[in-house]
Design a protein around this ligand. Sequence first.
Ligand SMILES: C[S@@+](CC[C@H](N)C(=O)[O-])C[C@H]1O[C@@H](n2cnc3c(N)ncnc32)[C@H](O)[C@@H]1O
Length: 205
Amino acid sequence: MMRKSKIKPSIMAHLENPNQPEGTTVWSFPIRGSWATHTNRYRGNFAPQVARNVIQMYSEPGEVVLDPMAGGGTVLIECRLLGRRYIGCDINPEAVALSEKAVDFPLEGPDAGGQIVCADVRDLSFLADHSVDLVLTHPPYLNLIRYSGGRIAGDLSNIRSVNKFCQAIQQAAAELFRVLKGGDFVRFSSAIHAADVISFRWPFE
Ligand SMILES: C[S@@+](CC[C@H](N)C(=O)[O-])C[C@H]1O[C@@H](n2cnc3c(N)ncnc32)[C@H](O)[C@@H]1O
């Protein structure tokens, strides 16, 4: 086992307090969070610390957070723990089932509730215009991981062409802006791949 004195101070800080909010634009999580029902079993899923930091930075307790490509449900678990109302969806019913299982744990704090549906991020017609406070999502990595193995037509991870993938993401973004609340700021966060998270806040109206 490595002696404590050999561990870098930044890594030590995480070991001692893995939930401390990130204070810089470079986030590093040497130890992946495994609290509540979090696991690393869903391929390419978020480290829970990514979801936790973005949710805390860009939303308030009781607000509505949408993850329209929810996968194994990392964002939804963090929403429950942080008292945000979650809306999760995924085009793959198997991912929906995993997310439903992931949010099924006893909670000590206030329960803001939520819903999980099987839907295409490009058609969220079950949601009203301007009904969501924050979108935090994590699209597939082109076709590097084919989440449904080509079985589901609308799965963005079937797409090989960068141009076609960008067109699909553009359609998704238009739908996400439709459901986001207006007002002073729009909040949209998207992880482009495991190591990069882009968070935008910009005037909307
Ligand atoms: C990178 S994974 C998300 C992982 C998730 N952040 C987690 O922590 O578990 C991308 C997800 O997008 C889903 N997906 C692909 N195309 C979709 C579409 N058109 N609409 C909704 N979800 C889609 C896939 O099924 C997959 O679960």
